[in-house]
Design a binder for this molecule. Structure first.
Ligand code: C5P
Length: 299
C-alpha cells in the first residue's frame, strides 16, 4: 500500500511518508491520466488587477503559495469532504490541504482510535452503556502528523499503527452508530475545527459536524470502481482477497453507512458532488481548487 500511495503522491508532487491511516484510505487513481493544468486567479492586494498564473510542473510552489494567499484573502477556513468508503476522501483531502496550506483530518481515525481503545479495554461492541461511559472519559488530543495531516492521541498515546487491525475494521461501524459515542466524537471534531484552517473528511462532516463550513464537497464513484481501487491496494499489500469479496464488503459498508439512523451518509443540501469515476487524483483536487477559486471570485 505504501507503494500505491507513493505513486499517488509522486504524481501529486507532495510529501511522502504517509501515516498508516493514510495508507489505509488512500488508493491509486488511474496513473495513466495526465494531470490537467489548472489556471489560478491570484489575489492582488494593491488593486493591481488579476494576473493569470498557469500552473506548470516547475511552478507548483508559486501556485501553492498563491492559493494559500487566495484562501486567506477569502477568509475561507473550513472545507468538508464526505463520501462513501474507498472513494478517495483521504488522498484528495490531504493533497488539497497541502496545496492550500491547510491541515487535514480524516475523521475515520477518531472512530477507529476509540474503537481500538474499547477493544483493548475488553469491551464488546454490544456493551453500549460501557462504551458511552468510556467515550465520555477518554481524552483526545490532536497533533500534527505527516505533511498536513493531523493525528489523534488517545490518553496521550499514538496508536495510529493499530488502526487497520482486522478487529478494529470489523467493529468500528458498530461502535460508530451509537448516538452518544458519536456525540462525543462530534464535539471533538468541532473543537479541532476551532483551531485550524482545515480540510475535514468523513461521512457526516458537511451535514452534522460542520454544517457552517465554507465549502462542502461530496465525492462519489461507482461501487465497482471503488472495489477495483481497494482491491488493487490490497494486492499491493500482498493480501490475496478476491475482487468479489472486496466488492461485497464495500456494498455492505455502503448499506450500513447510508441506512444507519444517526448521521447517515448523504450529501449536504449545499454540497458540490464530484463523480470521481475516470478522474485522476490531481483532476479531482483541481476541481475542488477551482471551486475554492470561484468562491473567492464571487465575494
Ligand atoms: O473512513 P473510515 O473507513 O476510516 O471510517 C471507519 C468507520 O468510522 C466508518 O465505516 C464509519 O462507520 C465510521 N465513521 C463515521 N463517521 C465519520 C467517519 C467514519 O461514522 N465521519
Amino acid at each position: 500500500m505504501a507503494t500505491v500511495l507513493k505513486t499517488v503522491f509522486a504524481q501529486a508532487n507532495v510529501g511522502s511518508n504517509p501515516t498508516p491511516s493514510a495508507n489505509r484510505s488512500g488508493f491509486a487513481f488511474p496513473p495513466s491520466q495526465a494531470e490537467a493544468p489548472v489556471t489560478l486567479q491570484p489575489h492582488v492586494p494593491d488593486g493591481g488587477g488579476r494576473q493569470r498564473i498557469r500552473r506548470h510542473r516547475t511552478g507548483r510552489t508559486v501556485a501553492a503559495v498563491t492559493l494559500v494567499y487566495s484562501a486567506l484573502s477569502l477568509n475561507l477556513r473550513l472545507i468538508t469532504i464526505d463520501g462513501p468508503v474507498a472513494v478517495g476522501k483521504s488522498s484528495v483531502g490531504l493533497l488539497l490541504a497541502e496545496k492550500l496550506g491547510f491541515q487535514f483530518f480524516d475523521t475515520g481515525v477518531i472512530y477507529r482510535t476509540f474503537t481500538w481503545k474499547a477493544l483493548d479495554a475488553g469491551l464488546s461492541t454490544s456493551d453500549t452503556h460501557a462504551l458511552i461511559l468510556l467515550a465520555r472519559q477518554t481524552e483526545f488530543r490532536f497533533m500534527p502528523g505527516a505533511g498536513a495531516r493531523l493525528t489523534v492521541l488517545i490518553d496521550g498515546k499514538d496508536i495510529s499503527r493499530q488502526l487497520s487491525q482486522q478487529q478494529v475494521e470489523k467493529s468500528v461501524a458498530l461502535i460508530a452508530k451509537i448516538p452518544e459515542v458519536r456525540e462525543r466524537m462530534v464535539e471533538e471534531q468541532r473543537r479541532m475545527a476551532e483551531d485550524h484552517r482545515l480540510v475535514m473528511a468523513g461521512r457526516d462532516i458537511g451535514t452534522v459536524v460542520l454544517p457552517w463550513a465554507d465549502l462542502k464537497v461530496f465525492l462519489t464513484a461507482s461501487v465497482h470502481e471503488r472495489a477495483r481501487r481497494r482491491h488493487a491496494e490490497l494486492q499491493q499489500r500482498g493480501a490475496g482477497i478476491p475482487f468479489e469479496t472486496v466488492l461485497a464488503e464495500l456494498e455492505q459498508r455502503d448499506h450500513n453507512d447510508t441506512t444507519r439512523a444517526v448521521s447517515p451518509l448523504k450529501p449536504a443540501a449545499d454540497a458540490v458532488t464530484i463523480d470521481t469515476d475516470g478522474l485522476s487524483l490531481e483532476q479531482v483536487v483541481d476541481r475542488i481548487l477551482a471551486l475554492v477559486e470561484s468562491r473567492r471570485c464571487a465575494r
